[in-house]
Design a protein around this ligand. Structure first.
Ligand SMILES: C[S@@+](CC[C@H](N)C(=O)[O-])C[C@H]1O[C@@H](n2cnc3c(N)ncnc32)[C@H](O)[C@@H]1O
Length: 337
């Protein structure tokens, strides 16, 4: 099998794999952490190089079948843990420290195309949208959450301007019967969005994304994962993140920016910044994006953005500046049912 393909190529095509590999350079060996194992595309491509070891994580128990295949093939060089990556620091006892830690965020094609899991608009199975290790399902949220909180989730996490109108329609509908499937939910949203036929994408796209982010607490997971990875990496260690929506990318960009520009004071008229050292020595402001060829082969890659930074030898310290900046978003993810 071609090592640059996913273990089951009908399931998931790894996004921006070539660019990720050229940044983390597994051909020179080393320890790598794949925080979002999925179909194993990244892990497998790294393991193709003989002096590598991969420690992989995924929260979805269905990824275990791919992980088991790799574990059988590379028993000494591959280790998998079913967990959330916010837990990263407590999972692996790594010595020497990893050469690179990679995140390829969001859902995999095999999660999206599994109609039983309710991620897609046409799904007639359970209204779940759970990646794994969750508190709530999408069914719980759309059938039980009060209108005001539902509107905040849709508006803030989905960046959907019609959040209130959509929440109204959802609440009106569920007084008659529970919303059981994603297809049913998508139809309610379509009716709530006026002139939907003008839209290029499905009118339910932003609302589905919002509910998925909420159910899986994706943005709080991301910020915790970034902190944990930065703490684990030592001098020269690479942190690479592929994101798929603008909130994810904003968090990644701000995180890298903050920890790589602490000792630059932009203007002499501004108060001096805290006297804290940078944690990253290289961070490119502009993200890398997939080329046309990849987008034409794999439409899912079109919104991908790859950012990376390289750790220096300063000791890790936690700062709540970034958390403060995105507090409104993190608060929405904390809404209780
Ligand atoms: C886009 S896929 C990764 C695909 C993978 N790079 C490949 O080539 O096959 C994202 C995966 O990350 C997992 N995931 C998302 N958020 C996670 C989290 N907070 N902790 C652990 N796994 C997570 C999802 O379950 C999914 O399997």
């Amino acid at each position: 099998m071609n090592a640059t393909m996913s273990l089951d190529k009908t399931q998931h095509q790894p996004v921006m794999l070539d660019q990720v590999l050229s940044i983390i350079s597994p051909q020179h060996g080393g320890i790598f952490i794949d925080c979002t194992f999925g179909g194993g595309g990244y892990s497998q491509a790294i393991l193709k190089h003989p002096n590598t070891k991969v420690f992989a994580i995924d929260r979805d128990k269905l990824t275990k079948k791919y992980a088991n295949q790799l574990a059988n093939k590379f028993p000494k060089r591959f280790n998998f843990n079913l967990s959330k990556f916010s837990n990263l620091k407590n999972i692996f006892n790594l010595n020497p420290s990893p050469k690179a830690i990679v995140f390829d965020l969001g859902v995999s094609s095999f999660q999206l195309s599994d109609y039983e899991r309710g991620f897609s608009f046409q799904s007639t199975g359970n209204l779940s949208m759970q990646m794994g290790i969750n508190k709530y399902s999408a069914f719980d949220v759309v059938n039980n959450l009060d209108k005001r909180n539902l509107a905040s989730i849709i508006k803030i996490l989905g960046q959907e301007k019609d959040g209130k109108i959509i929440a109204n329609q959802i609440v009106r509908y569920r007084t008659k019967k529970p919303i059981n499937t994603s297809e049913e939910l998508a139809n309610i949203i379509r009716r709530a969005k006026k002139n939907y036929s003008r839209f290029k994408t499905n009118p339910a796209t932003k609302t589905f994304l919002a509910i998925r982010i909420f159910i899986n607490q994706e943005l709080s997971e991301l910020i915790s994962g970034l902190f944990a990875a930065t703490e684990l990496l030592k001098n020269g260690g690479i942190l690479a993140v592929v994101s798929f929506n603008s909130l994810e990318d904003k968090i990644v960009k701000n995180f890298f920016n903050y920890y790589s520009s602490l000792n630059k004071n932009p203007s002499r008229y501004l108060p001096q910044k805290e006297e804290k050292p940078n944690l990253f020595k290289l961070f490119l402001k502009k993200p890398l994006t997939p080329n046309k060829k990849e987008i034409s082969k794999n439409i899912r890659s079109r919104s991908a953005k790859l950012r990376y930074a390289i750790r220096n030898d300063n000791s890790f310290f936690y700062s709540n500046e970034i958390q403060k900046k995105f507090q409104k978003i993190f608060n929405v993810e904390e809404i209780m049912l």
